[in-house]
Design a binder for this molecule. Structure first.
Ligand SMILES: N[C@@H](CCC(=O)N[C@@H](CS)C(=O)NCC(=O)O)C(=O)O
Length: 199
């Protein structure tokens, strides 16, 4: 088993899906959280100046989706066939496309609020309608067992709900999937002990 070190801020953000995979599979790793005061120095030391970074022994991987996909493949959470893996990847990429529409780095609060409201009004229904249809009456998005696409949904839907408490009101199946993931004993234990942060 390699030595894993995950570097990110002390928030769920773009590292949380990887943390769910670690938690679910029971793999030990170092959850290295960077204090915002130390960030300028850490940033200068990184090839692409962004986190998350996963260090696997001496190899550094950037990009949150590449990190989570690698961990999912290592732990049997990526989908059972190439076709299932493509379905899983498409769900994750679609969720990311929509999550990236939010103005995360906008400094002006009124601009931030306006764009956020626009995304909820004009874009998020398309995401939720589509995911809800994909899920249908199945337990999990793809195949007959949990994959990292389910984890990614569970993680991103916390942020969506924090921004708009009613967002899942008309999507009971998607809410149930989030709760199913959160009820998995090892995920529930991680949620219990992780830092409580807004993002
Ligand atoms: N596409 C990249 C985006 C990484 C990214 O935007 N990281 C942000 C934190 S969520 C960051 O490092 N921000 C600090 C900065 O750029 O100074 C990924 O998914 O990993």
């Amino acid at each position: 088993m390699p030595n894993y070190k995950l570097t990110y801020f002390k928030i769920r953000g773009r590292a949380e899906t990887a943390r769910y995979i670690f938690a679910y599979s029971g793999i030990n790793y170092e959850d290295n959280t960077v204090d915002i005061m130390d960030w300028p120095n850490v940033k200068r030391s990184l090839l692409f100046q962004q986190i998350p970074i996963l260090k696997v022994d001496k190899t550094e991987i950037n990009q949150s989706t590449a990190i989570a996909r690698y961990l999912a493949r290592e732990t049997g959470l990526a989908g059972k066939t190439n076709l299932e893996q493509a379905q899983v990847d498409a769900i994750v990429d679609t969720i990311n496309d929509f999550m990236n529409m939010f103005p995360w780095t906008e400094k002006d609060p009124s601009v931030k609020q306006k764009i956020t409201e626009d995304v909820f009004a004009n874009n998020i229904p398309l995401l939720l309608d589509g995911l809800s249809k994909l899920l249908g009456d199945h337990m999990w998005f793809v195949g007959d067992s949990v994959t990292w696409a389910d984890f990614h949904w569970a993680v991103c839907s916390i942020t969506l709900t924090n921004l708009n408490v009613d967002v899942l009101h008309n999507y009971p199946k998607l809410l149930a999937l989030k709760e199913r993931v959160e009820a998995l004993p090892k995920i529930a234990a991680w949620i219990e002990r992780r830092p409580k942060t807004p993002l």
